[in-house]
Design a protein around this ligand. Structure first.
Ligand code: C5P
Length: 319
């Protein structure tokens, strides 16, 4: 059976990846750039309900509020939005869609279905223009990594890709969540462009995720995986899915677990091929996907035909 078939069953492991990807994963483990040391338990096979309850209990969404040092001494209380993200949308959304950037969404014709949700979350520089039939055109929230802010090629300040929506940026701090070290040495400097953008567009909701949330997500993945996962932050995809589980009653995720359209095409909007985009090298993506499939309450035919997983919002589950 292929890796994708094993993903559909909620079982997959590192030894199913190509030797090249296995080597890349091992190299990241040896480097351990973020100083991860995990002391918690490890198990697999927890029931769906218990898994969802653990996600809800252990990974509480949190954004920088400017109240902790060094941000407090730098006046960030006046830089971040007045309303925290968890309260921005009041009672939250009913139905939500999370649209990954996977090449497999091309020729899906899912655009109308995606846009029929109350809120739609997209990632990084993934466009809608020219791809409406397959990905829709509504964007409520965009989750962006720090490279989008730091790399001039994205023209973050000017590009219409980032306007008229809520922005949620993230960057990995050290695993110990030392905010001083993080501020001095982020993966990509997002702090300066963030401040500049906030001053230029103060009315646009724009948040930075607290690195505590990022590493809590990582801990949940590791706690529910027997193998050692990559000591690197989860992908934007996993971050966005769990964010929407906090904001919505129901979350439909498209082409995170690949459909029958599965392809090595990395992004639907770029002619670049690499299996690592779907299966992971830096990010513990394969393990993230196993976890999300284990939590799936949608049908096998939606999974195969649409690459669609359905998850409950946290407020609807009672633990
Ligand atoms: O590549 P990028 O991080 O911008 O893509 C957004 C998210 O979509 C990824 O973090 C990953 O979770 C998901 N993705 C995927 N398979 C791909 C490309 C992206 O699962 N081929």
């Amino acid at each position: 059976t292929s890796v994708v078939q094993r993903l559909w069953q909620g079982r997959a492991s590192l030894d199913m990846l190509s030797p090249r990807l296995q080597k890349a994963v091992k190299d990241y483990m040896n480097v351990n750039k973020h100083g991860v040391s995990y002391r918690g338990r490890r198990s697999a096979g927890m029931s769906k309900t218990r898994l969802l309850c653990e996600m809800k209990r252990k990974a509480k969404v949190k954004t920088l509020n400017g109240e902790e040092r060094p941000f407090s001494s730098l006046g960030w209380q006046r830089i971040v939005p007045a309303l925290p993200l968890e309260r921005l949308y009041g009672p939250g959304f009913g139905s939500c869609a999370v649209v990954t950037s996977a090449g497999a969404i091309l020729h899906s014709g899912l655009g109308k279905e995606i846009d029929s949700h109350d809120a739609v979350l997209r990632f990084n520089s993934a466009p809608t223009k020219g791809y409406e039939r397959d990905v829709g055109n509504k964007t409520t929230i965009r989750v962006i990594n720090s490279q989008i802010l730091a790399n001039p090629k994205h023209q973050f300040n000017i590009s219409s890709l980032y306007k008229n929506m809520t922005l949620v940026a993230w960057d990995p701090a050290p695993y110990t969540v030392n905010l001083h070290k993080w501020y001095k040495n982020p993966d990509y400097n997002l702090f300066t462009p963030y401040m500049k953008y906030r001053k230029q567009f103060p009315d646009q909701p724009f948040y930075i995720l607290h690195p505590k949330f990022i590493w809590q997500l990582w801990d949940v993945i590791q706690a529910n995986t027997l193998e050692n996962i990559q000591p690197n932050p989860p992908s934007s995809g996993f971050i966005g899915i769990l964010l929407m589980m906090w904001l919505c009653d129901e979350v439909d995720v498209y082409e995170y677990i690949p459909s029958l359209r599965q392809t090595d095409l990395c992004h639907y909007h770029e002619r670049y091929y690499d299996a690592a985009c779907t299966l992971g090298a830096y990010h513990p993506l394969l393990y993230e996907k196993v976890l999300i499939q284990r939590a799936n309450s949608g049908s096998q035919s939606d999974l195969r035909r649409k690459g669609k997983v359905t998850l409950p919002g946290f407020r609807t589950i009672h633990c």
